[in-house]
Write a protein that binds this ligand. Structure first.
Ligand code: CO8
Length: 290
């Protein structure tokens, strides 16, 4: 029988192009996507012809609108939550461990797991002028980021801005993403064309970009500045703050494991059940601030 792939792979000269294609779910990441992604990471790693890679999303609206909320709504306890986060973490970190540069061509929205998978790439390119572009809206759903958002975002843009994005759930524009340092470049025209060009340059060693700090950070604050979390869950906010602060003084690897544990703990709260159920029954915008 035919199996329909949700992730496509092709070679553009010496650049491997991975396209996540789930148009009906705005390219959301589920277990099947992770499995296919893992296989392509292996190919890219082992093919000596491939010098670099590009990760993009299908269509012109979303890069990746997060992890699959419907799959997460089917999880029933902290252990299942933690296991799902670990699966996503390991799969996305495979991109980081390929040993070749990977450019995220963020052709549209990068929310939750979408923002997180992009942060596993060596560089991120986005279109100019996208008012609603990237964010970590998990707390809207009774979740915290579980695929590295509480760990890589502070490493990329600093604790204060990262914590504000995570705790308020609000999205930022592509211009803000450049200003914060979340994306490395904005383009006027086709994001994919520029991403392939940059991947080629990085692969040939013609350009270099700054690598993320993988060890414990030296600038971890004792506490985070006050943030108005409005109607959002206090219990979930507490877990998000814990994951951010605890992980700062750990290696990235240990911080990720700790984040997955805190992500699982969301399932101990009533707000988690309500948040996920709201999305499944009433649609994405039932509580969202956008
Ligand atoms: N998961 C599953 N389905 C999704 C997702 C998602 N993340 N995002 C959108 N969809 C689906 C919608 O349900 C809808 O399908 P259907 O018509 O069958 O209900 C379809 O995609 C189109 O979406 P909308 O109709 O909502 O499109 P709009 O243009 O009206 O809205 C939005 C676009 C604003 C992006 C809206 O879809 C939205 O808010 N989506 C959710 C975004 C979000 O909260 N993302 C974070 C998810 S949580 C997360 O990523 C946790 C990461 C850590 C997990 C652990 C490791 C794996």
């Amino acid at each position: 029988p035919w199996e329909v792939l949700d992730v496509l792979f092709e070679k553009k000269g010496n650049v491997g192009l991975i396209t996540i294609r789930r148009p009906k779910a705005l390219n959301a990441l589920n277990s099947k996507v992770f499995k296919e992604l893992d296989a392509y990471c292996e190919i890219i790693k082992n093919d000596p012809e491939i010098k670099a890679a590009v990760l993009t999303g299908f269509g012109n609206k979303a890069f990746v609108a997060g992890a699959d909320i419907k799959e997460m709504a089917g999880l029933t306890d902290p252990a299942q939550g933690e296991a799902f986060a670990r699966k996503g973490q390991i799969s996305s970190a495979n991109l980081e461990k390929i040993g070749k540069p990977v450019v995220a061509a963020m052709n549209g929205l990068g929310l939750g797991g979408g923002c997180e998978i992009a942060m596993c790439c060596t560089a991120r390119i986005a279109p100019k002028g996208l008012r609603m572009f990237a964010g970590q809206p998990e707390v809207n759903l009774g979740l915290i980021p579980g695929m590295g958002g509480t760990q890589r975002l502070p490493r990329l843009i600093g604790f204060e801005k990262a914590a504000e994005m995570i705790r308020t759930a609000g999205p930022i524009s592509s211009e803000q993403a450049l200003e914060y340092g979340l994306v490395t470049e904005l383009v006027e025209g086709d994001v994919l064309v520029r991403a392939i060009e940059l991947a080629r340059e990085l692969g040939e060693g013609k350009t270099k970009v700054k690598m993320m700090e993988m060890g414990p950070l030296s600038n971890v604050p004792d506490k985070l500045p006050d943030v108005d979390i409005g109607h959002l869950s206090r219990a979930i906010d507490k877990l998000a703050v814990q994951a951010i602060l605890e992980g700062g003084s750990m290696t990235l690897e240990d911080g990720l494991k700790n984040e997955a544990k805190r992500f699982g703990e969301c399932w101990k709260t009533e707000d988690n059940r309500i948040g996920l159920q709201n999305f499944v029954e009433k649609g994405a915008r039932s509580k969202a601030p956008f």
